[in-house]
Design a protein around this ligand. Structure first.
Ligand code: THU
Length: 149
């Protein structure tokens, strides 16, 4: 746990800054809850995403999945080193770290298994403390993966 963004390594501060920028472009006219994600690839490239909602509610997608599906589609052999997440409501200021939802954890786990290297996840609200998870496995114990198929 970090007390604020300023305690993070500089490269992660930069990544979180990209996530904040992405959050501000989220399309969330139904929940008014904006989420931004930024992925750091091994190549140094940063790929972002934000939540995209839909009038048919379940058709929308979380920021994390928008980001990682985009990254995977453009760079099929990529390795993701880290992911920064920020979330907040238009209705109230959010200073509590907000973790990825269960469905996003499952999707992120697929890529972690695929690349055989952990993905670090840093998550926060709009401001305040930042939580670091060293691996998706820490957020999703007893992971279901392709080894069971
Ligand atoms: N949301 C995300 O983008 N990521 C999460 O991990 C949790 C929820 C989005 C989905 C929806 O657009 C809004 O936040 C409210 O649930």
């Amino acid at each position: 746990m970090f007390e604020s963004v300023s305690e993070l390594p500089i490269s992660i501060q930069k990544l979180m800054n990209k996530a904040h920028q992405a959050r501000k472009k989220a399309y969330a006219p139904y929940s008014f809850f904006n989420v931004g994600a930024a992925l750091q690839l091994e190549t140094g490239e940063i790929i972002t995403g934000n939540n995209q909602e839909n009038a048919a509610y379940p058709s929308g997608l979380c920021a994390e999945r928008v980001a990682i599906f985009h990254a995977g589609s453009v760079h099929p052999t990529m390795t993701v080193i880290s992911m920064a997440l920020t979330a907040g409501s238009v209705k109230k200021e959010n200073t509590t770290p907000i973790p990825p939802c269960g469905a996003c954890r499952q999707v992120l786990a697929e890529y972690e298994v695929k690349q055989d290297q952990p993905i670090e996840i840093y998550f926060m609200g709009e401001s305040g403390k930042v939580v670091k998870s060293k691996s998706v496995k820490d957020l999703l114990p007893l992971i279901f993966d392709s080894s069971y198929l």
